[in-house]
Design a binder for this molecule. Structure first.
Ligand code: GLC
Length: 750
């Protein structure tokens, strides 16, 4: 008997610890309705939830119907036909065995029908409230089309203007990108994912995708873990803390392991360290692309590596669909991995309210381009256009301006000014600069000549007409830049010059001897240093979206005053890349003002006569324009920088303030920026790091004390041991209107 009891006790112990272990490992899988559903699911149905297919352009073909009925489709992307989506959801809810709805995904990156400035332009607003509003509008329009998931925000840190997807990013800085990414997540998802007009967001592309070697899309990324954690992961962690529902694994090979098969990223960081509870979707076919990477021998191994690493849903490729069953039968993966992935997917579908009501109204109710949406897009465009130059204060135009010549291949291009990623953008809604100026000034006051038919054109036959038009005007607005196709995914450029014969066009038009306002619409920083000398004023508009024309008109006519600041450093030429403000000091920093330009080097110069410092003989060290730079029609003066906490203990707050005065003649908004430098660290630290900013509006003559409070924890970085620490020591602190501000004080962390 005794023996029996001991066996029984042992048995119970094993059962209990087994359950406990099971529960401990999956204690987050605690929703009974989801667990009950999973219990009912066949292996094929579980695999179905993990499979995302591309839509059929408004059709619901029989094979799709049957797959939905069989529970083989968890998600569909790129379907935006309301009737087709409602039919898909009806079949899923009413004809499939378990009635699990489908989640409909779409790239709603900077608007749906109403197109906002490209994300790089939105980041130039340094206005998270405005960016959140843009995401809210995009979500409402997309939701009303049956879309319940956007593959945005794209929060890859982008330091290379050659990379086409810099257009889709929020620029080079982890702090600004984090603030903008969180604003977009909040705008898309709202306070309640199940509410009308809320859609699921997706932090992408996890991680390090923007560090593609050579700025060439999909290329290798080599990022030491310390740099990965201190620069590239911060914006993703911020998005996770803001409650983003999904992550997307990137295409890139990260240090030899593709992001889509990278356990370090998808399990160690995302799950174990950050406790992310949403689901991970692969980027388009990035699972099977691991074969091309040479990381998987075949689709079956690709499926094994992706699912083991933590990809819950496979986008468009079908390695999960075709091989997961075998992998389980062969004992290579445990079905529990599927249960975890399916649980996360089902939880999101419940949170979205899709089980209750996945349907949207079909009649063409007025759901797009509402006046409030267009106004929001206009304000975003106004605040996204960076004033880089304004000599002789030719802007804003005064009443003395009687005739305005509008010239250039981007002056009247409804589609091109929308920029990349506008799958659903309605270019008919676009108001171009030409249209807006004619509307504001009257047809008779606005002259027009394209000069070039499109930005890449080298056909100069229109130059003479353009010059003649310029001669008839009091001021010339030259609109140049890049067609939309020249930036975005896979659209990288080795040169940052204006495409085609645009430089020549600007030079030709300058012969008219009239003041020139150069307006650049592009998806990246361009090397405009040469041509901008022909212009008294330069406005960098990125791709401003639907309301780019009215926004530009408001700025040119002084209805609005520019307040935008650059979210990315502007190189003098591609040869300076990588170039970014938060760089390391190196052992031989150059004095930006004491280098000898290549043209000035004396003949027969002795080898060391130039000084051995880190710069280019031909272009020096400084960029064309620094991160955080942007002018206003008024002028602002910063003074009385004070540190109220010259010494602070670990855990304490650092408080600094400055007096900002509007010393000009216009009401203006200034983005006051706070930077710090950790002078000595267990790893080298950047020469500057953005740690705060605030938009301040002042009337002419008005002053305001602007204060910042940061905690020593905001100074933390990952040390060589990968511990996130703030190390005692000396710090510099700057407050100013650009990253190149010299207004500096210091403090000590004890
Ligand atoms: C694309 C992009 C990704 C996008 C996805 C779906 O290749 O890399 O950003 O969300 O595929 O269109």
């Amino acid at each position: 008997m005794k023996h029996f009891f001991s066996l029984f006790a042992m048995g119970m112990f094993l059962v209990l610890t087994g359950c406990l272990k099971q529960n401990t490992e999956e204690q987050w899988m605690n929703d009974p309705k989801i667990l009950d559903l999973i219990q009912q699911m066949t292996l094929e149905e579980k695999m179905g939830q993990m499979h995302q297919i591309s839509g059929f352009g408004g059709q619901v073909p029989d094979n799709l119907k049957q797959d939905i009925i069989d529970g083989k489709v968890g998600s569909i992307l790129n379907e935006v036909d309301v009737k087709a989506i409602n039919e898909i959801q009806r079949i899923a809810l009413e004809e499939s065995r378990l009635g699990i709805p489908v989640i409909i995904g779409r790239d709603v990156i900077h608007g749906f029908k109403t197109v906002f400035p490209i994300p790089l332009g939105q980041a130039a607003t340094w206005n998270p409230e405005l960016v959140k509003k843009g995401a809210e509008v995009a979500a409402k329009e997309a939701w009303s089309s049956g879309v319940n998931w956007t593959f945005a925000p794209m929060i890859d840190i982008s330091r290379d203007a050659r990379w086409g997807r810099i257009a889709e990013s929020c620029g080079e800085d982890p702090f600004l990108t984090s603030v903008m990414g969180v604003a977009m997540v909040e705008g898309f998802q709202g306070d309640d994912l199940s509410a009308d007009g809320s859609i699921l967001a997706c932090a992408k592309h996890f991680a390090g995708y923007g560090a593609a070697e050579g700025g060439r899309d999909y290329n290798t990324t080599l990022i030491p873990e310390n740099e990965l954690r201190n620069v590239y992961l911060k914006s993703f962690h911020a998005a996770q803390q803001a409650g983003v529902g999904t992550f997307m694994s990137g295409f890139n090979d990260l240090n030899g392991v593709p992001a889509t098969g990278n356990r370090f990223l998808l399990r160690k960081v995302l799950r174990d360290e950050w406790n992310f509870d949403g689901f991970v979707v692969s980027d388009w076919a990035s699972v099977t692309e691991m074969i091309s990477h040479g990381f998987a021998a075949d689709p079956k191994e690709a499926a094994y590596k992706a699912i083991s690493a933590g990809v819950d849903m496979e986008m468009t490729s079908d390695s999960y669909k075709n091989h997961v069953k075998e992998l389980i039968e062969e004992g290579k993966i445990n079905e529990r991995l599927l249960d975890e992935a399916v649980y996360r997917i089902l939880k999101i579908k419940f949170d979205l309210g899709l089980f209750n009501d996945p349907y949207v109204q079909e009649e063409d109710q007025n759901r797009f381009a509402l006046p409030e949406y267009l106004e929001a897009a206009k304000q975003a465009a106004v605040q996204s256009m960076v004033l880089l130059k304004n000599e002789q204060q030719i802007l804003p135009f005064t009443s003395s301006i009687n005739k305005v010549a509008v010239i250039g291949p981007m002056a009247n291009q409804k589609y091109e000014q929308l920029g990349t990623w506008i799958f659903d953008g309605d270019s008919d809604l676009t108001i171009t600069p030409l249209e807006a100026l004619k509307s504001e000034l009257g047809e008779s006051k606005v002259l027009f000549s394209e000069g070039l038919k499109y930005t890449r054109s080298k056909d100069k036959t229109g130059f003479s007409e353009a010059l003649a038009t310029a001669k008839k005007a009091d001021v010339v607005v030259v609109c140049v830049g890049e067609e939309a196709i020249l930036s975005g995914e896979a659209h990288c450029r080795a040169s940052l010059d204006l495409p085609g014969a645009q430089n020549e066009l600007i030079e030709e038009v300058s012969k008219a001897g009239k003041p020139i306002v150069l307006v650049v619409m592009a998806g990246r920083p361009l090397a405009i240093g040469g041509v901008s000398k022909h212009a008294e004023a330069v406005l960098y508009a990125f791709h401003p979206g639907t309301m780019g024309g009215p926004a530009l008109a408001d700025l040119l006519l002084g209805v609005a005053n520019p307040s935008a600041k650059l979210p990315v450093t502007f190189p003098k030429a591609a040869g300076q890349i990588p170039i970014y403000y938060n760089h390391k000091n190196t052992g031989r920093p150059v004095d930006p003002n004491a280098w000898t330009c290549i043209d000035d080097i004396p003949l027969n110069s002795y080898q060391t006569s130039l000084g051995n410092t880190s710069h280019y003989l031909d272009l020096g060290f400084a960029p064309l324009y620094p991160f955080g730079f942007g002018l206003s029609y008024t002028t602002f003066e910063y003074k009385n920088l004070k540190i109220e906490t010259p010494k602070v203990k670990l855990g304490g707050d650092i408080i600094a303030s400055v007096t900002l005065e509007n010393t000009g003649n216009f009401v203006g908004e200034e983005v006051v920026q706070l930077y710090i430098r950790d002078l000595v660290g267990s790893v080298t630290r950047p020469v500057k790091e953005l740690k705060g900013f605030e938009r301040v509006q002042l009337k002419p003559g008005e002053s305001k004390k602007v204060s910042f409070k940061i905690n020593t924890s905001d100074l933390a970085f990952f040390n060589p041991e990968m511990e996130e620490v703030t190390e005692p020591g000396e710090f510099h602190l700057w407050i100013g209107g650009s990253s190149d501000t010299n207004l500096r004080t210091e403090f000590v962390v004890e």
